[in-house]
Structure formats: structure tokens, C-alpha cells
Design a protein around this ligand. Structure first.
Ligand code: ADP
Ligand code: MG
Length: 571
């Protein structure tokens, strides 16, 4: 129990760091159990992994706060943030060498994600955190350790894991918001919408490197044009009004710097839920919406991009296209086809990050460069087919080409950050000025060939590591997977999760018969059934800090893995 822990720590004072290893185990405190699952080997190594578990009858969270999945996730997120705030209040922080004195729970950003950092159920509340066991040089400072374990941690736990010591209003606000968000997202498809932006939303962010809302200067809150305004009746908040973007092909046009990309970026993030005060709480997009961009240099493995690219010089077969180094247009084509392969119902594109020759080929260029000499069937000639034959909608930012007026169902113009519905005017202009171009798609694009990942792709040797470096890179054995351009990956904990998921999927689900989509879905359903911990090699203890990624980002990582081998599933 706690006295044993105190005695052990005091006895270790002045000893070599390795003596800490004997701390591993569990300790009963008056109101909680402390688990020391993994003890770091030196003060500079990753800090030690611990858990604290409080019986629910002592923690006292009313079941209404965790009875459904969205409510539980919102509460778990709240507890992680409360724990972090309590650490800031009670922990003296760094003291000694390396990570000595650190107490930390994984950082939560603007999104509310399902994470491994906290677990709430009817039996207990558990928080998973790390402690840098303190030392000077490599000498254990036992008294500091006693202070951490018997003064600071008890105060942190007191403040953050017992319902009656928390701000119940704040918890209820977050739980009810997440319920509303999930409800609204679930309603979109049935209402014929791809996305919704509530009036009053704050879309711009503080800076290019900060995801917090912009507060300085003049911020224009979002206001729907009357033509696109829709209402939802949410379970907690009641009626909300805002802009509904119907399915089909929607253009976002407007002058440079008038807020087009800011709107699109908010829609990209709308596949996730945001915390109260974020400004995008009620910017909600279909859960499977995928941002598509050009990404030259990426690898591509047997993707059928023939809908967009054909007759490449050198005669490469684009029905099963592989490359170690895709161009802007071939990478963008592959990104689309891979998103469709995973079942995306909505594509989001921004001219700023698209390959121009993939997006448009105007009448004059068609006259100069013959159809036979141009491998690319531009997106403009496929975007309607995607919708009409496959039911896949597109929202597209274009400031530079009116050719798209002819293929759009709706045109929204951003003017000084205010959206206007200019569909009728764009139609009229399109009718008056023929664009002089010919449709270049001679066939219809209506299906995507599923690919089957082969087990040989994922073999690891004895000492091979699997890990993430920040949010932009996964290391899988000897191979780095570049995720910089996977824009809807929003948290380093998601990247860490994906690294483990690939390994887990290879062990349990990749069998040379299941398609990529089936493999990813099998992993996600294991996570649904057994919790996020299932992907961790340390399941049953502190599993590591993971956040749930979407199927699309898991597939995106596998698709960018340069040792990937697939076969095409015969029909
Ligand atoms: P565009 O894509 O049309 O060129 P951006 O979306 O990049 O324009 O926006 C240009 C600038 O305006 C950005 O710095 C952005 O933060 C800011 N901005 C966007 N929307 C708003 C708004 N509603 N209120 C205030 N500033 C905004
Ligand atoms: Mg822009």
C-alpha cells in the first residue's frame, strides 16, 4: 500500500537509478490504486508509465455522463484535460536530470478524440499518465519521489478524478455538445447534406501553426446565405440554423484572401468534434469526407487511376499504376481513387493544393494539344460522373477558373468572409459565355478496383521498431511513411495509433484475401468491441498514448508505405 511505497522510495534515496525498477507493481491508496506499469531505465529515457484507478462508487460520476459512446468519450476527454490542469496546479515539474519530476497526461488539442489516456465505465475511472522518476545525475532523489507520489499526485487525483471536485457544468456542457455533434453528423446524409456550418461559427485560426480560434482583430462570424440555410433540432442545444451544403458538386469561389480556404479547412476538420469554445463546434461534415490534394513524390501501389490518367509516355499501365515517385497529377488521381476505395462519400479539394493540369484543361489548350497527346482526363470531366454514378459529392475551392460553373450544382461565393449563393448568376454566365471546351471523358467512371494487401509487405525482423515521429511520420521497420500531406490526421496520438495498427492488422487481419478496406474495417471493429487498448502490445497495462484515427487515415498510411505489395482482387 501507500506506506510501502513511501518506505521503498526513502530506502532508494541515493542509490543508482536501476533501483527504481523494483517499484513496478500496484499500490493501494485510501481512495485509489496506483499502478506502476513500466519503469524507465534512466532519467533521459521515455518517462515511466503509470495508471491510477478510482472505483466508480468513490469517483461518483453519474451514469448519464457515460452511458453512450459519445458521452463517454467526451467525459474521458474532459478528465484528461482536468488532470493536465491539476498537474499544472500541483506539480512542481522538472527537477533534476533528464525528465526528472515530470508528470504528464497526453496532450489533447481542439478535437475531442477517443483516446487511451482515460477510461470511464460503471466499475471505475482510470487515468494513464507518465512520471519522470527523479534523479540527480543517475542518483535517485527519493525524497523528491516521495513528494511526487505522496503529495503532488494525491492532490492532482483529488482535483481531477472525483466528480464532486470537478466543474459539473463544464462536464455536462462538453458531454451534451459531443452528443449534439454526433447527432448532427448522423443526420446529414438523411437530409441530403454533405456538411453543415452553424451560424455564428468562428472558422479562422490563430495562425498557420495554431489550431485555436482567431481572436485578434476583426473576426467575422459565419452567417449562412438565406438560400442555403437549414435548421437542425439537436437533443441538447435545440434549434440551430446554418448553411447546409447539399450533396452534389459545390464550388466555393471568391477573390483571393476572402476566406475560401478557411471555410474548406473547417469542413475538413468537421469530420471530428471540437471542444466548447473552439468556434467550429457545429461545423459538421460527413464522417467519411476526405481532403484530396496533390502530393508529388509519394509512392503508389497498383492503383487504377485510368479514370484520370491514360496513355502515359513509356506505355505504363494506368489500370494498375505503381510508382515510387508520383507526379502532382498522378498523386492526386491516386489520392482520389484510394479515397473511393475506402468508401468516401465526399471529396474536398482546394485549388491551392491541387495540380492545375489535373483540375482543368481549357478550350484553347485542347485545341493546341491533341486529346491523344494528353494523358490526363481532368477532374472537371469526372466530377459529375463521380456524383451521378457513384454518389460521391465534391466540394471544391476554385478562384481561378469559371469552367467549373458548367459542372456545378451550387456555387458559393466568399466575399469579405461572408458566403453568398451565386448559383443562378454562375449558371447564367456559363450559358452566355460558352467555355469552348469539349468533354474529354469518353467512358464513364463508375467503379474502383479493390486491392488486397499481401502479408509479405509487413514482415518485421527481430529488432525492428514501429513508431511515430510526431504527426508527420511513421517508422515501420526500415521504412519511413511520410504523412505530412495526410491533412486530416490531426494528432500525434493518431499517428502513434496508426503505427501500432499496421502491425496489429498485419498480425491479425492481413491474409492475402481481405481487401485493404476489409482489413482496416476489421481493426476498427476490434477497437469498437475491445476498446482502443486492443492495438497496444502493452494491453492490460498503460497501453501508450493513442487516439483513434479514421479508416481513411489508416489506409492513407498503408498506401504510402513503400514496401506495400498488393494484388488486385479478381472480380
Ligand atoms: P482564400 O483562400 O480565399 O485566399 P483564406 O481562407 O486563406 O483566403 O483567408 C485569408 C485570410 O483571412 C486568412 O489569414 C484567414 O485567417 C483570414 N480569415 C478567414 N476567414 C475569416 C473570418 N471569418 N474573419 C476574419 N478573418 C478571416
Ligand atoms: Mg485559398
Amino acid at each position: 500500500n501507500q506506506h510501502i511505497l513511501r518506505d521503498k522510495l526513502l530506502a532508494m534515496d541515493g542509490k543508482g537509478y536501476g533501483a527504481y525498477k523494483s517499484l513496478a507493481g500496484s499500490y493501494a491508496f485510501d481512495r485509489y490504486t496506483l499502478f506502476i506499469d513500466h519503469v524507465q531505465s534512466d532519467p533521459f529515457a521515455p518517462p515511466s508509465r503509470l495508471r491510477v484507478r478510482v472505483e466508480q462508487r468513490l469517483a461518483g460520476f453519474p451514469p448519464v455522463l457515460y452511458r453512450t459512446r459519445p458521452r463517454r468519450i467526451a467525459l474521458e476527454d474532459y478528465l484528461m484535460r482536468a488532470f493536465a490542469r491539476a498537474v499544472a496546479r500541483h506539480c512542481r515539474g522538472h527537477r533534476g536530470t533528464g525528465k526528472s519530476g515530470l508528470v504528464a497526461v497526453d496532450h489533447c488539442g481542439q478535437e475531442i478524440l477517443e483516446r487511451t489516456g482515460a477510461v470511464v465505465n460503471s466499475d471505475f475511472v482510470e487515468i494513464r499518465f507518465v512520471v519522470g522518476l527523479p534523479a540527480r545525475g543517475r542518483t535517485i532523489t527519493g525524497r523528491e519521489a516521495v513528494r511526487i507520489f505522496l503529495e503532488e499526485l494525491p492532490a492532482i487525483i483529488h482535483d481531477s478524478l472525483f466528480y464532486h471536485n470537478l466543474d459539473s457544468g463544464g462536464i455536462i456542457q462538453q458531454v451534451e455538445l459531443m452528443e449534439d455533434q454526433e447527432f448532427l453528423r448522423g443526420q446529414l446524409a438523411g437530409r441530403g447534406l454533405g456538411a453543415f456550418v452553424a451560424n455564428g461559427s468562428i472558422l479562422p485560426r490563430e495562425s498557420g501553426v495554431s489550431d485555436r480560434p482567431l481572436v485578434r482583430g476583426r473576426v467575422v462570424p459565419f452567417q449562412s446565405p438565406p438560400e442555403l440555410e437549414v435548421e437542425f433540432n439537436l437533443p441538447n442545444r435545440g434549434r440551430v440554423a446554418g448553411m447546409g451544403i447539399p450533396r452534389g458538386v459545390t464550388l466555393i469561389v471568391g477573390g483571393g484572401y476572402h476566406g475560401k480556404s478557411t471555410l474548406l479547412r473547417a469542413l475538413e476538420r468537421g469530420v471530428y468534434n471540437h471542444i466548447p469554445g473552439d468556434g467550429r463546434e457545429l461545423v459538421i461534415t460527413l464522417p467519411g469526407a476526405v481532403k484530396i490534394r496533390a502530393e508529388d513524390g509519394r509512392s503508389v501501389q497498383k492503383v487504377d487511376i485510368s479514370g484520370f490518367i491514360n496513355n502515359l509516355p513509356g506505355g505504363q499501365d494506368t489500370r494498375s499504376f505503381s510508382t515510387e515517385n508520383a507526379s502532382g497529377s498522378t498523386s492526386q488521381a491516386a489520392n482520389i481513387v484510394e479515397a473511393l476505395e475506402m468508401g468516401a462519400p465526399l471529396l474536398l479539394l482546394d485549388e491551392d493544393t491541387s495540380a492545375t493540369n489535373f483540375m482543368i484543361r481549357d478550350g484553347r489548350m485542347q485545341e493546341l494539344v491533341a486529346r491523344e497527346d494528353e494523358p490526363i482526363t481532368p477532374f472537371i470531366d469526372r466530377v459529375r460522373q463521380l456524383y451521378e454514378y457513384m454518389g460521391v459529392s465534391t466540394i471544391l475551392v476554385v478562384g481561378g477558373s469559371g469552367d467549373y460553373f458548367s459542372v456545378a450544382d451550387r456555387v458559393i461565393m466568399m466575399q469579405n468572409y461572408v458566403p453568398r449563393d451565386v448559383t443562378a448568376r454562375a449558371r447564367e454566365i456559363a450559358a452566355r459565355h460558352r467555355d469552348g471546351r469539349r468533354m474529354e471523358a469518353t467512358d464513364t467512371f463508375r467503379r474502383v478496383t479493390p486491392r488486397v494487401p499481401l502479408p509479405v509487405s509487413f514482415t518485421l525482423e527481430g529488432r525492428d521498431k514501429v513508431k511515430a515521429r510526431g504527426m508527420d511520420e511513421i517508422v515501420y521497420g526500415h521504412m519511413d511513411i511520410d504523412l505530412q500531406n495526410v491533412e486530416q490526421l490531426v494528432d500525434p496520438a493518431q499517428a502513434r495509433a496508426i503505427a501500432e495498427i499496421i502491425k496489429y492488422a498485419a498480425r491479425h487481419h492481413v491474409n492475402g484475401r481481405r481487401t485493404l478496406k476489409e482489413v482496416v474495417e476489421a481493426v476498427l471493429s476490434d477497437m469498437d468491441r475491445e476498446g482502443l487498448d486492443v492495438i497496444s502490445p502493452f494491453k492490460g497495462q498503460h497501453p501508450g498514448d493513442y487516439a483513434r484515427p479514421r479508416a481513411h487515415e489508416i489506409a492513407a498510411a498503408i498506401n504510402r508505405y513503400r514496401r506495400l505489395q498488393v494484388k488486385i482482387r479478381p472480380e
